[in-house]
Ligand binder design. Sequence first.
Ligand SMILES: Cc1cc2nc3c(=O)[nH]c(=O)nc-3n(C[C@H](O)[C@H](O)[C@H](O)COP(=O)(O)OP(=O)(O)OC[C@H]3O[C@@H](n4cnc5c(N)ncnc54)[C@H](O)[C@@H]3O)c2cc1C
Length: 377
Amino acid sequence: MDRDRPVARQDLDPVAHEHGVHAPELGEVGAGMSQAPNALRALAGLGVEAEARAVGVPTYSASNLRRADGRYLRRAQPGDPTPLLAFHRADLHRVLLDAVPAGWVHTNAEVTDVREDGEGVTVVAGGTEYRADLVVGADGIHSTVRTRLWPDAEPPRYLWRTAWLGVAEVAGVPGDLSGSVTMGKGDLFLVHPVSRGRAYWALLTTSGAAGVRYDDEKAAALDRVGDWHDPVPDLIRATPDRAVIRTDIRELPPLSTYVRGRAVLLGDAAHAMSPDRGQGAGHTLEDAVVLAHALATEPALDVALARYDAERRPRDQATARGARADGARTASRAGQSAISALVRLVPAGLWRKGLAPDGNPTWRWQPPTLPVVPPAP
Ligand SMILES: Cc1cc2nc3c(=O)[nH]c(=O)nc-3n(C[C@H](O)[C@H](O)[C@H](O)COP(=O)(O)OP(=O)(O)OC[C@H]3O[C@@H](n4cnc5c(N)ncnc54)[C@H](O)[C@@H]3O)c2cc1C
């Protein structure tokens, strides 16, 4: 198969293709993800730690590092702890949704316009106009709130990489499925075990152009890593064709503020980052706790929003910079060789220390304590 062979150009609206514009309903979306200790603390801050842990599965992806031929650069030992939990996205969405009072979430309501006038915000959604004291734009990397109210913000930039993602039914798939990362030829294959005996996988590769589509995405993924060690090809084969997702990797150039009057950005709308530190959704959860805390404890709205901006923007943007640098390293053969050499040099004890819940500065984040709010009548 020709690499980067464009097909079906008439379908090449990468934004709509990858993200959908808005969800018609809540359902089985996306694939999987891992969450690190900082994100698990954010979930605790939101009051859903037990529920999240109940659907998360420990993953050893930071302990099992392999080469394409299957050799281990580093291997988890029996009894090793891991601070990372892997989730099927739909499971984590359900946990968050269940924590919201019934009737508060409306689907099938695309926001098409947002206007801010200092006193409040007017939002047009699903053809109806709404007036709000505050609007939180949590509408992803191609945020409508951001494009309307931050007209000078640079658009997301393509990082010359693309990813195939899937969730495989793993019964009968040979090989280690406890979580791993395999590097080869500038490509990276990640596996996490997720709920109900399934495995989430992601293949990140370099790519010449954004928006390239293949007639058969699954075959295109196999074309790159079909000769890699077990269980790499079998996981791709064990994924239903329609469940193989393709997404180009982009990041949002840093914003100078998350706040515009009575509108505020959160999550990928504010700081979409390269996935290489597995922190995009984790930082989204952190944003949510910090914003909720600022709004609950600060009587003046503008002061609360300024506090949120000052607390979140430096951290989000520093993690995004780190993720981009990590991605640039893992996306090159030379970078992968350097990582392999380094991994072999680090003594096992030091490596294990780095996998403690406070093993690196990003993971050490602690949430503020939200005041207890009486249940809505
Ligand atoms: C390959 C890959 C792997 C990743 N792995 C991890 C990981 O392991 N761990 C991690 O923490 N993060 C990971 N991430 C990052 C993570 O996916 C994002 O950071 C996270 O989904 C951002 O959440 P969000 O709610 O801000 O945006 P989104 O998840 O994009 O959600 C935005 C929502 O807004 C809706 N929307 C958009 N526009 C409109 C509109 N106009 N009107 C109404 N609704 C609208 C969309 O339908 C969607 O429901 C990964 C990303 C990629 C690409």
